[in-house]
Design a protein around this ligand. Structure first.
Ligand SMILES: Cc1cc2nc3c(=O)[nH]c(=O)nc-3n(C[C@H](O)[C@H](O)[C@H](O)COP(=O)(O)O)c2cc1C
Length: 433
């Protein structure tokens, strides 16, 4: 590999549900929306390309923030339906051998004991390839599904996440590594002196422990986190092995973000190289640059004709009805949210149309596999590392093949990404370079 190899991961956006409904290359995606096979194909395709991991995005509510009704969301299958990522995860790991599988589970919707148990089980079953995308929740509709009026205030959610994380880690390590002895002579399966209660009493959670299963192959799962706000960055730099982010402003802003979270990781006493920063991108690849740009133009034209499709997301993440403003009216200073802070900050001062048409933000990666590979190399050299998180918006088998069998081999030919996994466990592969 080259002197500066980087990592590739995949953000399974839109949750486990309808994919690429009603589009040219969606196959039976609209009809077979509940069939996990597309995700199994995705996992196998990305493993063939030696990706580090796949995140299964999640939220657990039917949104109605845009226009005050669920109509636009249900009609366009936006952010609904979504099925439980922790049920999909073992299917994906069962049909693969090396790639990391990362379900999204919210600290606001689980108790640490239940979550620790679920993730421990998944890590055992995947033989050390399970991650956890740690999220805190944003939309109060989800809180109401759990019998609450709303979520805690934004920064306090991160305070709670810190406590949740600490307790879960204590539970994951409540069995000593050598607690299972399997001594047939003495008929002893496990040594109870190596299984400990945790007796945790916190502000938000308490638990006696121990977990009712031994440590999983990784001990702690591989942690993935996407906090973009001040409180979010503080948490991710303390906890995450992979910090995922959508950064607007090109390589200079990406570099600033990475340097900030690496410095904060060092401040927490961590080796910053143990917190890989992966930047969200949406590559548009085709046979030639001209064909790729024609494809991008078609995407833009579709977006411009349907600005509400982007605004649906912004509304649900912020709980602010973006249909209240005319498409060309500036979003006023002082508009605040208890949802995603970074997204809101980027919206203020722009018009809904500008936001909708801004495209994926960050980098435009458009071209033939070789053109995009060269651009990714150039950007990583400027930013300093650590890789990219590809996002699917129209997930279909054609797109999987373009990324896994078109773009990634071009990166591999340049020595920019791995050609083989060198370890069995997810975290070891992620931190290998
Ligand atoms: C790439 C990426 C993936 C994310 N995945 C999810 C997800 O699956 N579920 C969720 O509730 N939030 C998700 N988020 C939101 C983050 O957890 C976080 O709330 C957001 O980045 C805003 O940061 P803040 O919470 O620090 O304001 C994601 C964010 C990014 C950038």
């Amino acid at each position: 590999m080259s002197a500066n190899p980087f990592h590739l991961a995949w953000f399974g956006a839109g949750g486990f549900g309808v994919k690429s409904w009603n589009k040219t290359w969606s196959g039976r995606g609209g009809k077979d929306w509940a069939d996990p096979q597309l995700w199994i194909d995705l996992a196998q395709g990305l493993e063939r390309a030696r990706f580090d991991f796949i995140i299964i995005e999640d939220s657990s509510y039917v949104p109605d923030a845009y226009g005050g009704t669920a109509e636009a969301y249900v009609k366009s299958a936006t952010a609904t339906p979504k099925m439980d990522p922790s049920v999909l995860a073992p299917l994906m790991s069962h049909f693969t051998e090396k790639i990391g599988i990362v379900p999204t589970l919210s600290v606001s919707e689980h108790h640490p004991y239940g979550l620790a148990r679920k993730i421990n089980t998944l890590d055992h079953m995947s033989k050390g390839r399970t991650g956890w995308n740690i999220v805190t929740g944003s939309n109060d509709n989800a809180a109401k599904n759990y019998g609450l009026d709303g979520w805690l205030e934004h920064d306090e959610r991160y305070e709670m996440a810190e406590e949740f994380f600490d307790l879960a880690c204590r539970l994951w390590t409540s069995w000593d590594e050598d607690a299972v002895v399997l001594d047939e002579k003495t008929n002893t399966w496990g040594d109870f002196t190596k299984v400990h209660t945790v007796d945790f009493q916190g502000k938000y959670f308490s638990s006696r422990g121990p977990l009712n299963a031994p440590q999983s192959p990784q001990g702690l799962p591989t942690f993935v986190q996407a906090g973009g706000s001040k409180a979010g960055r503080k948490f991710s730099s303390r906890a995450a092995n992979a910090i995922i982010c959508g950064v607007d402003g090109g390589p200079a802003a990406m570099k600033e973000f990475r340097e900030d979270v690496r410095a904060q990781a060092a401040g927490h006493g961590r080796n910053p190289d143990d917190a890989k920063v992966l930047f969200l991108v949406h590559p548009v690849v085709a046979e030639t640059d001209e064909e790729a740009w024609a494809k991008r133009e078609r995407q833009k034209a579709f977006g411009e004709a349907h600005p509400e499709l982007s605004l649906l997301h912004l509304s649900r993440h912020s709980m602010i009805d973006f249909s209240q403003w005319d498409l060309d009216e500036v979003i006023p200073e002082g508009t605040t949210t208890n949802g995603h802070q970074q997204m809101m900050k980027q919206a203020i001062g722009k018009t809904p149309r500008q936001i909708a048409n801004k495209g994926p933000g960050g980098l435009e990666l458009v071209g033939s596999p070789d053109t995009i590979a060269a651009k990714m190399d150039e950007v990583m050299q400027e930013v300093g590392g650590d890789g990219f998180l590809f996002a699917n918006f129209d997930l279909n088998r054609r797109f999987i093949a373009e990324m896994a069998d078109g773009l990634t081999p071009a990166l591999q030919r340049r020595g920019l990404v791995r050609e083989e996994y060198t370890h069995d466990h997810f975290r070891d592969n992620l931190l290998a370079f």
